[in-house]
Design a protein around this ligand. Structure first.
Ligand SMILES: Cc1ncc(COP(=O)(O)O)c(C=O)c1O
Length: 341
């Protein structure tokens, strides 16, 4: 199939509409059969539950071309499961997990011309989402919902190398209300907008959020989980019920243990011990791992020995192994790569 004439290396992370999107509607207690459409617009009543009470959840994943020319996506079953958990927490009907994966496949296939070629660094970002669509004025869940999937091509995350970033420890909470941080719901991201803009105005790339109860434990950033490496090369990642269970983090932990033979600890991580780690990275679908060079805790600097020029050595191995698996250069564990065609 002929690809669209897009300069894949120069696009950023913005919305570029593609030809097709997926839509399914929930009404009278059941989902309809769903369909692909070319219409990018959604028309809703002014009193739709999503507008009044932010009843909306989403997912984020990528489709890309492997070294041998297949279009694939990475572990979409885990996005389906997390989406179902997010929906349950907001009293929304679950879009069946097998149908979720099938709809993702259909949408990617229909937009094949927008899946960037291997080696470009660009990908087709896939955004499934769902919202309460009927009018609601008393505080209660909607009765009708729309599930949609949009896709948009996005450029390489790192242009000209993965430069370590600087983050700050923030007094804001990422998620609202507290205890909902494990779900991917618009309300949590709305609550993080002020914190991230404030961090940028102060010259930081990201926020490190602490647990809201004691403010002593590391949670995550606005869009990624933490991964640390100790001086004796153990991979440590925070365990918390109020961080998003990152699919990238879960995959990196597996890679650390089973591909690189490293010791892994998923446990509570105290802010006090961060200064003793050798490496720090942020993991998520967008970048796989983004190295962190410096953390500023209310004026006090923590500088990692890996520095501000490049990724630390273990972070780099993790990054290269996982991206190798994703791109088909290294054999993947069973079920990780969903081939679209
Ligand atoms: C708050 C938050 N944490 C972590 C992640 C990383 O999750 P994943 O690896 O599944 O992309 C994301 C991704 O969007 C996120 O929004």
């Amino acid at each position: 199939m002929e690809k669209k004439n897009i300069d894949w290396g120069s696009i950023g992370f913005g919305y570029i509409p593609t030809d097709y999107r997926y839509v399914a509607n929930f009404k009278d207690g059941k989902w309809d059969e769903g369909t692909l459409t070319t219409d990018p617009n959604v028309t809703l009543n002014e009193c739709a539950c999503v507008f009044q009470y932010a009843q909306t959840v989403f997912e984020g994943m990528k489709a890309y071309t492997t070294e041998d020319g297949h279009i694939v996506t990475f572990r979409p079953d885990l996005n389906a499961e997390r989406f179902a958990n997010s929906a349950r927490r907001l009293e929304m009907p679950v879009f069946p997990e097998d149908r979720f994966v099938d709809a993702v496949v259909q949408t990617i296939k229909a937009n094949e011309a927008y899946v960037p070629p291997y080696g470009s660094g660009a990908t087709l970002y896939v955004r499934p989402y769902m919202f309460g669509s009927n009018p609601v004025i008393g505080v209660k869940p909607a009765d009708e919902y729309q599930f949609r999937i949009l896709t948009t091509p996005v450029g390489p995350y790192f242009k000209g190398g993965a430069k370590p970033i600087t983050i700050r420890v923030t007094d804001f909470d990422r998620a609202a209300p507290h205890g909902t941080g494990h779900i991917k719901a618009g309300l949590n991201y709305a609550m993080s907008l002020h914190a991230i803009m404030d961090a940028h105005r102060q010259g930081y790339d990201e926020n490190m959020y602490l647990d809201s109860a004691t403010r002593t434990k590391v949670e995550e950033t606005g869009g990624a989980n933490f991964i640390f490496v100790t001086k004796d090369n153990t991979v440590v990642t925070p365990k918390s019920n109020s961080i998003l269970p990152s699919i990238t983090r879960r995959s990196l932990i597996y890679v650390a243990e089973h591909y690189l033979g490293l010791k892994v600890e998923e446990r509570e991580v105290y802010l006090d011990e961060v200064k003793d780690f050798a490496e720090c990275g942020l993991c998520g679908t967008a970048a796989v791992i983004s190295p962190v060079g410096k953390i500023v805790d209310h004026g006090k600097e923590i500088c990692f020995p890996s520095g501000m020029e490049e990724m630390g050595p273990t972070t780099k191995k993790l990054y290269e192994t996982l991206t190798g698996i994703q791109m088909g250069r290294i054999e993947a564990p069973e079920g990780w790569i969903k081939v679209i065609e």
